[in-house]
Design a protein around this ligand. Sequence first.
Ligand code: DGL
Length: 263
Amino acid sequence: MNQSPIGVFDSGVGGLSVLRHIREELPHESLLYVADSAHAPYGAKSPEQIQARALSLAEFLLGQRAKALVIACNTATAAAAGQLRARFGLPIIGMEPAIKPAAAATKSGVVGVLATGGTLKSARFAALLENYGQGVRVETQICHGLVECVERGELTAPATRNLLWRYIEPLMNEGADTLVLGCTHYPFLRPLIEELTDGRATLIDTGAAVARQLRRRIEEHGLAAAGPAGGACFWTSGDVTQGQYVMGMLCKEATAVEPLPPL
Ligand code: DGL
């Protein structure tokens, strides 16, 4: 079992921003990655639609002998983590916007959260605010269209820049000095966000923390792999040529992307 792979999935290529931290944290593990790009963005879908996709992707990864799952998507975690954990007995690590570290980091007392509508409207996010958002002002921003920019590999295009600024400027005007990147696609826009905010905001995402949590969980379960460096396999439900281009650009391990079988 220990040499079995770890399954990682996202609505698309965004979860590769988590996979790179997993690779650093767990160099011996074999990794499986599914980009559900044919169904991205998840942000505008109903929780039921996201649950159905998450269930199919989890079953596919279990069929590939995954010993643990990482839901490398804030939106899918909000909609489906509870259901997947109730159904499957293996370690399942999800992710959520980093409200707690952001509340600790802000000096102005104003935190901006960039995320999808699915995440920001979820009960999980309301609970996060309740638990960790006390004593600071949390301004949220649904970022329609940003996931699509990253899916197209347009990380620095003028249209991406304009869209980002439209979302960030109001938060900066509100006094936010800390921005939470609450969607796994957004860390790929970090250089552009840093340029646009001109060093006036601390950017926080949870990729590294999720990788550390994954390591703790597989060690607790006695599932850690040993031996040589692990490999990785990649699938996309979207166009394979486009997937190969973008995933190869975002992740140097993604040298071969396979079509995801119909689920
Ligand atoms: N990467 C997903 C997340 O973390 C994007 C969701 C979407 O496809 O809208 O929320």
